[in-house]
Design a binder for this molecule. Structure first.
Ligand SMILES: NC(=O)c1ccc[n+]([C@@H]2O[C@H](COP(=O)([O-])OP(=O)(O)OC[C@H]3O[C@@H](n4cnc5c(N)ncnc54)[C@H](O)[C@@H]3O)[C@@H](O)[C@H]2O)c1
Length: 369
């Protein structure tokens, strides 16, 4: 199963890989016009079973593979990781016609794609997403980035993978938290575009949890199809693509407020779940959609607030930080941050948040209640 799409007349794909061995990767890479050199960037936490299969396939393609193992996690989404990759490319005399294959979650995908776009202004790029967030969201759309000066994705650009491989083998080995925390991005696509996604999640919890690939691949396909629909004619995010930010104004504010710790206390996807609740609450209070979203998050045991976290500082300070960080929203034009307002399920629009008191109420009544 393949999803084909075009950006500026250039063909791109997402390929679903049903086999343990990867004939699809072999097919894509063995006939590629390139200099037969590849930098393979792998998340250190990936299961060895998967890397073993991957290596075998890459060797069969006749590529000379240089391996770089790196750490994922948002705390490493920085210039150090970016330049580690670029240094490796320089050290090994890679060219514009060499291939970079990244294999990791959203962090490694975003940073590797940025490095790939910068080195000689762009080399050949492929990606294997290895968390659910990366599979249903970050693997497509071309957004790259690092966090800099405590601002999420403040340095980045757009660079699209030629082909993204969504592997059954990878999905089976994803640790539970990295598997579950992608669900809010799936729900997001349901709310802004396609009700069917919501009903599939609601009625198939068992199939989801037992990772039935036939079911998951259909759900992932619908989610990615929604994403493509929103970004393909608006890659630079001037209008339609903005809808994909549903939940993200509050989510990024939450993530930035929790940054700076040694461990990644909240996953991006988990923050998006709470962020969507906040954005619905800001617009319409505890409405039917609010309840529907809360129930769906609860069905999959996903956080609906931050009360479970053990804050080392005073709660009022955290609340203030979240409030301040909302104003770092990248969609902001002028003074006011912007959020996505749901008109009904399947229809949304961008709107400004002008009422500070309502923002504070939302922080108190959703994130800390
Ligand atoms: N480019 C986009 O369109 C887009 C969209 C959504 C999110 N993002 C970005 O993605 C990032 C979040 O992605 P994420 O949740 O995948 O985080 P992540 O990449 O940090 O992965 C989470 C954790 O799982 C580990 N990991 C990854 N795959 C694994 C596997 N198969 N087995 C074991 N451990 C594994 C990582 O090392 C890390 O510790 C954020 O930086 C966010 O900004 C980008």
């Amino acid at each position: 199963m393949i999803i084909n799409y075009k950006i500026d007349k250039i063909k791109h794909k997402a390929t679903f890989c049903f086999n343990k061995e990867s004939p699809d990767i072999y097919k894509a890479l063995s006939n590629l016009y390139c200099d037969k050199k590849m930098l393979l960037i792998i998340d250190k936490k990936l299961n060895d079973k998967f890397t073993k299969f991957l290596f075998k396939d890459l060797k069969k393609c006749g590529l000379k593979v240089i391996l770089l193992k790196v750490n994922g996690s948002k705390i490493n989404k920085n210039k150090k990781l970016l330049f580690k990759i670029i240094d490796k490319l320089i050290e090994n005399r890679f060219t514009k016609k060499s291939v970079l294959l990244s294999c990791g979650g959203g962090v490694i995908g975003d940073v590797a794609a940025l490095a790939c776009s910068l080195y000689y202004r762009g080399m050949i790029y492929f990606h294997i997403p290895t968390t659910m967030t990366a599979i249903v969201d970050s693997c497509l759309g071309g957004k790259t980035g690092i966090n800099y000066k405590n601002i999420i994705n403040s340095v980045g650009n757009y660079y699209h993978s030629q082909n993204v491989f969504i592997s059954k083998n990878v999905i089976e080995l994803i640790p539970n938290r990295e598997f579950m925390s992608g669900i809010p991005e799936i729900i997001k696509s349901g709310f802004i575009d396609n009700k069917k996604i919501l009903s599939m999640l609601k009625s198939n919890k068992e199939k989801f949890l037992s990772r039935k690939y036939n079911f998951l691949s259909q759900l992932i396909k619908l989610t990615l199809t929604t994403k493509i629909k929103f970004f393909k004619d608006d890659v630079f995010e001037h209008s339609k693509r903005l809808n994909l930010n549903f939940g993200h104004t509050f989510a990024h504010a939450i993530e930035m407020s929790l940054q700076g710790r040694k461990t990644d206390v909240i996953r991006h996807g988990e923050a998006v779940g709470i962020g969507m609740l906040c954005e619905i609450y800001y617009s319409e209070g505890e409405s039917k959609s609010f309840k529907q979203l809360k129930d769906l998050l609860a069905l999959y045991n996903l956080p609906t607030n931050l009360l479970h976290l053990n804050f080392k500082k005073k709660l009022s300070l955290v609340k203030n930080e979240i409030f301040k960080n909302i104003f770092l929203d990248k969609k902001k034009i002028g003074r006011y941050p912007r959020i996505i307002k749901l008109i009904k399920i399947g229809k949304s629009k961008i709107t400004v948040m002008k009422n500070n008191k309502k923002i504070i109420n939302t922080i108190n009544n959703v994130i800390f209640k």
